[in-house]
Design a protein around this ligand. Structure first.
Ligand code: ZN
Ligand code: ZN
Length: 289
C-alpha cells in the first residue's frame, strides 16, 4: 500500500476543518446578515445582474484555469503577474488557499476513486462507501468537514517553494474579503447604497455560495453521472451540464484521462481550453500542454 501522505497531526486537521467550515458558512451568514439588517430592496436589478455576471465569470476563471489547470496541473506557463491574478481570482472562490486546494486535488488524482482519494463518492480514507447517497455527500462537502489534510510537503512542494503563492496563501482571508467588498464598491458607483447592498448580496456572497455548489458537483455528480472514457480507471464522468456551466470542467472523465492537458475533449465543449488558447494568442500564457 502506498503511503497516502495524510496528516496525522490532529491540531492541523482541526484547523483545516475550521477553515473549511468558515469558508462554507460565511457567504450564507453574510446573506442572512444583509437580508435581515438592510431596509433596502434586494431583488436584483439589471446592474446587479451585470456585476454578478462579471464577478462570477472572473471567479470561474480563477478556479477552472487558475487553481485547477495552472496551479495544480501546470497545463501552461505564464508570467508572475498573470499567476498572481489567477491566484487572487481563485482565492475569491473561497475554497481554501492555493496550496491546500492543489494538495487535495493532486491526492484526488493519485488515488482517483480508490481508498485515500479525499473526495470520491465511492471510497473514503476508511474504505468503500456502500451507500450512493452517503458517497455523494462525502464527495460533495462531507470530506471538508471531517476529512484530513493532504500533506502539502508531499503534494504541493512547488507551491510551498513559490514566494507569490506563499503570500497569496497566507493572506487568504484579506483576499477573500476583497472579493466580497469589490462588488459592493462597483454597486455603489453604479447605483448608490441600495445597489451596493444588492451587489454584495448577489455578486459577492451568493456568487461564492453558487460556485461552491458547482465546483463540488464536479467531485460528486462528476464521479457518478455521465459518460466515461473507454478504458478509464476511475469513476470520473463527462457531464455536459457542468461542462457548460464551468468552462469545460465537467468533461471530467477526459480530464482524469489526460490531467495535464490545457484542452479537454471534446474540444467544442471546453470553453476553458479555448480561453487558454485565446490567452496564448495574446501572449499572456505559453507552452500549453
Ligand atoms: Zn475527479
Ligand atoms: Zn485535475
Amino acid at each position: 500500500m502506498k503511503d497516502p501522505y495524510i496528516s496525522q497531526d490532529s491540531r492541523e486537521n482541526w484547523d483545516n476543518r475550521v477553515l473549511n467550515l468558515a469558508s462554507i458558512c460565511l457567504p450564507w451568514l453574510l446573506m442572512v446578515a444583509i437580508a435581515s439588517g438592510s431596509e433596502k430592496q434586494l431583488a436584483p436589478t439589471a446592474t446587479t445582474l451585470l456585476v454578478f455576471a462579471v464577478f462570477f465569470a472572473m471567479t470561474v476563471v480563477g478556479v477552472a484555469i487558475g487553481m485547477h489547470r495552472y496551479f495544480t496541473h501546470h497545463a501552461f506557463k505564464t508570467s508572475g503577474f498573470i499567476k498572481v491574478c489567477l491566484g487572487v481570482l481563485g482565492t475569491w472562490a473561497m475554497q481554501g488557499d492555493i496550496t491546500r486546494w492543489v494538495a487535495d486535488h493532486r491526492r484526488h488524482h493519485r488515488f482517483a476513486d480508490k481508498q485515500f482519494d479525499p473526495h470520491s463518492p465511492w471510497y473514503s480514507d476508511r474504505g468503500p462507501i456502500p451507500n450512493r447517497l452517503h458517497g455523494w455527500f462525502h464527495a460533495h462537502m462531507g470530506w471538508m468537514i471531517y476529512g484530513r489534510v493532504s500533506q502539502p510537503g508531499r503534494y504541493a512542494p512547488d507551491c510551498l517553494a513559490d514566494r507569490s503563492i506563499a503570500v497569496l496563501s497566507r493572506y487568504y482571508w484579506p483576499i477573500v474579503a476583497l472579493g466580497l467588498v469589490l462588488p459592493g464598491a462597483f454597486g455603489y458607483l453604479l447605483g448608490g447604497e441600495g445597489e451596493m447592498a444588492r451587489c454584495v448580496f448577489w455578486a459577492g456572497a451568493a456568487r461564492v455560495a453558487l460556485l461552491h455548489q458547482l465546483t463540488w458537483s464536479v467531485n460528486s455528480f462528476g464521479h457518478l453521472f455521465g459518460q466515461k472514457v473507454a478504458g478509464s480507471d476511475s469513476e470520473a464522468r463527462d457531464n455536459i451540464f457542468f461542462a457548460l456551466l464551468l468552462l469545460g470542467e465537467g468533461l471530467h472523465s477526459h480530464h482524469h484521462w489526460r490531467p495535464a492537458s490545457a484542452m479537454n475533449e471534446p474540444k467544442h465543449l471546453d470553453a476553458g481550453g479555448w480561453l487558454i488558447r485565446g490567452f496564448e494568442k495574446l501572449g499572456l500564457v505559453w507552452h500549453l500542454r
